[in-house]
Design a protein around this ligand. Structure first.
Ligand code: ZN
Ligand code: ZN
Ligand code: ZN
Length: 636
């Protein structure tokens, strides 16, 4: 262990850079040493978790108990578990059928019909089908009722039908029907024809299932969320051209505005380079797209990964799950490894899979690392050959800040051990490397340069991901997973940020919360905003998680929390009669409709021009209105 300590110290001392590059040799020496020790010592015994009849039945019975008690959501989750563990068609049919009952009662008619269809196609016993079909008929009747109340006249109905067909859901549901032809026509009638051809019109559950439209957030009605204010920047296309990448010793890499942004303007739009679902969402959210789903379908090989659609299941298998599947089965039963470490193992394996394109580009990555390491400029570290900080390039992703100098020794050693374990699992349990090894084959690790290289990439992934990942919240307050957003990682933290973010699927959209002027640094929040967390608490959190002693305006001036501001009317403009009068028409508009976004923007514009003291009660209110326009639960 002494040697390991030496190596960690060397790593910390040699680290001159703010970014990830420049330490590859040291990383590989450290992880290589630990890896060598690990393969020669007793490996923990590995037990894969498997699908099995006993667990499937147990979860179904648990679901039944919840159903009887009226806890439909718990029942749905238990039936999803029952389906996940089912190892026969019969068990799958039962799980789908029982789940359809809870879905029906929860008024999730679309999901109910899809499950009824699945139960039948898995051979749900003939003698029990009557109940199931009755439920199907009732669900169809409910859908018809919904559609009728939705449509005023025939033309309107036509439009609706058209838009249903544009909906991704139709594609998902159609694909669920294994023998369905792909629908590429644009009327509902055509899909009816297809089902007719298949002789399924008597059981046209899917036909009705696809008719339910998906809820859309409010802002999508008026705005194209894919458009950055001022268009994309040349250097970092995920960021607006009104912002530039800067570097300073004090702030590291960060963003500075070169043009003005108004509240609500889009500063960056980015998809994750790599992302993972959190374990606590395994049976409520899709393992691939992370969306909430009430009728998840399982990976055929493991009881861990569930998907919202056939499409996600297929894409996941091709892009990463084929490698991850055998490992996830083992991680579930890995003794003596705590939850955080297991989460980190799944994150770094995912990142390794993405940067090496499923292990096919290891050599290319090795070559590219040399090019990347040779760039000693902090500002442009990880830029591609064409001079771009690219959200989808391995070079850019591996250039993100590591905080290596400020990390405690123990943390670095733990990451090195996790990475060594992860590479052993990949080498012995999967086909990631050209050959699947036995642990005894790896006796002398110096002979396996690819393994050592991949372990060191995963070690780097540990430090990068622990400092740069953002939680993914597709619904307010529900964190479903975590993603590495390359360009977004360059935002610095403030407890009173001038931006806020929301998600459209996995896409992270960052908008100005306050007016931002040329020369201003653009901040995000890493967690812990002054309004919701007292200073001492959030400062400690930011220090612990990001090694950052926050000196933002809110921390420096010890701003009160939201509740204190409301209670004591801090910074209130209510005594300024002229200003109150000026705001009155917008206030009235907002009282009539809290989602009148133009009124919100006008209020913020006036307040920011007139108010010099911060925080200000009314500004805080108006910012809440702005956020809720983009963050409020989706509308049906
Ligand atoms: Zn999905
Ligand atoms: Zn699997
Ligand atoms: Zn702060």
């Amino acid at each position: 262990m002494e040697i390991a300590k030496e190596l960690v110290l060397t790593l910390k001392q040699n680290n001159k850079s703010h970014v990830g590059y420049g330490l590859h040799k040291e990383c590989e020496a450290l992880v290589g040493h630990i890896l060598q020790n690990m393969v020669r010592s007793q490996m923990p015994s590995l037990h894969a978790v498997m699908k099995n009849e006993e667990d499937s039945i147990r979860y179904r019975e648990e679901g039944n108990q919840h159903f009887v008690m009226g806890d439909d959501l718990d029942a749905i989750e238990c039936y999803t578990l029952s389906l996940a563990y089912a190892n026969s068609d019969k068990l799958m049919a039962y799980a789908h059928a029982n789940r359809s009952a809870a879905l029906y009662r929860k008024q999730l008619y679309k999901e109910c019909l899809i499950d009824i269809d699945a139960a039948l196609s898995h051979g749900y016993p003939k003698e029990k089908q009557r109940n199931l079909k009755n439920r199907g008929d009732k669900a169809i009747a409910e859908i018809k009722k919904l559609l009728q109340s939705d449509s005023g006249d025939i033309d309107h109905q036509k439009d609706i039908n058209k838009s249903y067909l544009c909906n991704n859901d139709i594609e998902r549901s159609i694909r669920k029907s294994e023998d369905a032809e792909r629908i590429d026509n644009d009327t509902i009638e055509n899909s009816r024809e297809i089902f007719k051809k298949q002789g399924r019109i008597a059981e046209n559950y899917l036909y009705y299932a696809v008719k339910i439209p998906q809820g859309k957030p409010r802002y999508l009605e008026k705005e194209d969320f894919t458009k950055l204010t001022y268009g994309p920047s040349r250097e970092a296309p995920a960021i607006s051209d009104g912002v530039t990448v800067s570097f300073s010793e004090r702030y590291g890499r960060h963003y500075v505005a070169t043009r003005e942004f108004k509240p609500g303007d889009i500063v960056s739009i980015e998809d994750p380079y790599a992302h993972v679902i959190y374990e606590e969402r395994y049976y409520t959210h899709c393992h691939y797209c992370l969306s909430r789903s009430y009728n998840l379908i399982p990976c055929p090989e493991c009881p861990i990964a569930q998907y919202c659609s056939e499409n996600c299941r297929k894409l996941a298998w091709e892009s990463c799950h084929e490698i991850e599947c055998p490992i996830l089965k083992l991680l579930k039963n890995l003794l003596n490894v705590d939850k955080d470490k297991i989460r980190m193992i799944s994150k770094i394996i995912r990142l390794l899979i993405v940067v090496t394109e499923n292990g096919t580009k290891i050599k290319e990555l090795q070559r590219d690392m040399k090019v990347a390491e040779s760039n000693s400029d902090n500002r442009t570290a990880g830029f591609t050959d064409t001079g771009i900080l690219d959200s989808f390039s391995s070079r850019s992703a591996l250039s993100l800040a590591t905080n290596m100098t400020t990390r405690p020794l123990i943390g670095i050693s733990a990451f090195a051990c996790i990475s060594a374990l992860a590479v052993i699992l990949l080498a012995t349990q999967t086909k990631f490397f050209p050959k699947k090894y036995e642990i005894d084959d790896l006796e002398d690790i110096s002979e396996f340069s690819e393994l050592k290289f991949c372990a060191s990439i995963m070690f780097r992934a540990c430090v990068i991901m622990s400092s740069n990942c953002f939680s993914i919240q597709q619904e307010p307050g529900i964190v479903s997973g975590s993603g590495l957003y390359v360009a977004h990682s360059l935002y610095n933290h403030s407890c009173a940020p001038n931006t806020f973010r929301h998600f459209e699927g996995l896409t992270m959209i960052t908008r100005a919360l306050t007016p931002i002027y040329p020369g201003d640094q653009v901040f995000t929040s890493y967690g812990g905003v002054y309004a919701h967390m007292p200073r001492s608490e959030r400062k400690q959190k930011i220090l612990q998680d990001y090694f950052l002693d926050c000196d933002c305006t809110a921390c420096k001036n010890n701003w009160p929390t939201y509740n204190e501001i409301l209670r004591d009317h801090i910074g209130s403009i209510s005594k300024d009669k002229k200003l109150v009068e000026k705001l009155r028409p917008f206030r009235e508009k907002l009282l009539a409709n809290m989602y009148d976004i133009e009124a919100v923007k006008a209020v913020l514009d006036i307040l920011y021009k007139e108010v010099s003291q911060h925080p200000c009660e009314e500004i805080l209110h108006a910012e809440q209105y702005l956020k809720s326009y983009y963050l409020a639960p989706k509308r049906c």
